[in-house]
Design a protein around this ligand. Sequence first.
Ligand SMILES: [Zn+2]
Ligand SMILES: [Zn+2]
Length: 303
Amino acid sequence: MLPYTTITAAETALNRPLTTLETLWFNYTSTKSDYYLYCHNILFLFLVFTLVPLFYIFTEVLFGRFVKGYKIQPKVKYSFGDNFKCYFDVMKVFVLVVGPLQLVSYPSVKMIGIRTSLPLPSLMEITSQLFVYFLVEDYTNYWIHRFLHGKWGYENIHKVHHEYSAPIGYAAPYAHWAEVLILGIPSFLGPAMVPGHMITFWLWIALRQIEAIETHSGYDFPWTFTKFIPFYGGADYHDYHHYVGGQSQSNFASVFTYCDYIYGTDKGYRYQKKVLQQLKDGLKSDGKQNGGSYASAQDIKSE
Ligand SMILES: [Zn+2]
Ligand SMILES: [Zn+2]
């Protein structure tokens, strides 16, 4: 809740007129509690998780012929029923674990100092904080994920996430409830280290979710914005981790590629890419049609 009762009082406190966005923020939040604003995250998570994967499903249904070249594992097909089952399974964890966790974690958000007040953060503040959040999440997630690929962690927790050897958007948060809880820590660490505005926090939770859905989408589109981000892993990168499955000791990072490079856990992936390129070059010189993924490379290899 804002410490001003009128816009005039807010402008007096800031010693300047409110911007359009600040006026909107004032009108929306002035009578709402900080707890209520924090709980918006539950709604954003639900909307992003429900709607964003639909983009990939409808793209496949409506434009399947045009996008099949970008499908990473083209031989794997999921029906509407398969997608719905995955959605339903994740929603169970969402309702039983994620939602209640959001409801009770408010004191920690208050403690680390996420603010709801005016002035609103500048674009520079938002982007630099989001950059830190992504870096911190990526690094911490890398080590937790690597630990979960140990014998105990995999057998007892992480194998649920690997039930999809060819992932789909709805499978991004498909995991054992304990993994959902554990991986909440890296997501929370960045905001705890560099606390910002509630808007930045909302954006962070939504963008991280969208990023996870993209990397599990099963499609590696060349025109996505993320292709311009240096050291960004993307769908092909994480899809390989699922393709190899439980034996995988490669591509643990959630967002960027640098951790796997530094710690030497991307060798299998880089070898596959090299083999694929050689096969493509060979096929091109033979005048044959070529495939578009490491899965295709495996198929060609076994022929
Ligand atoms: Zn894994
Ligand atoms: Zn995954």
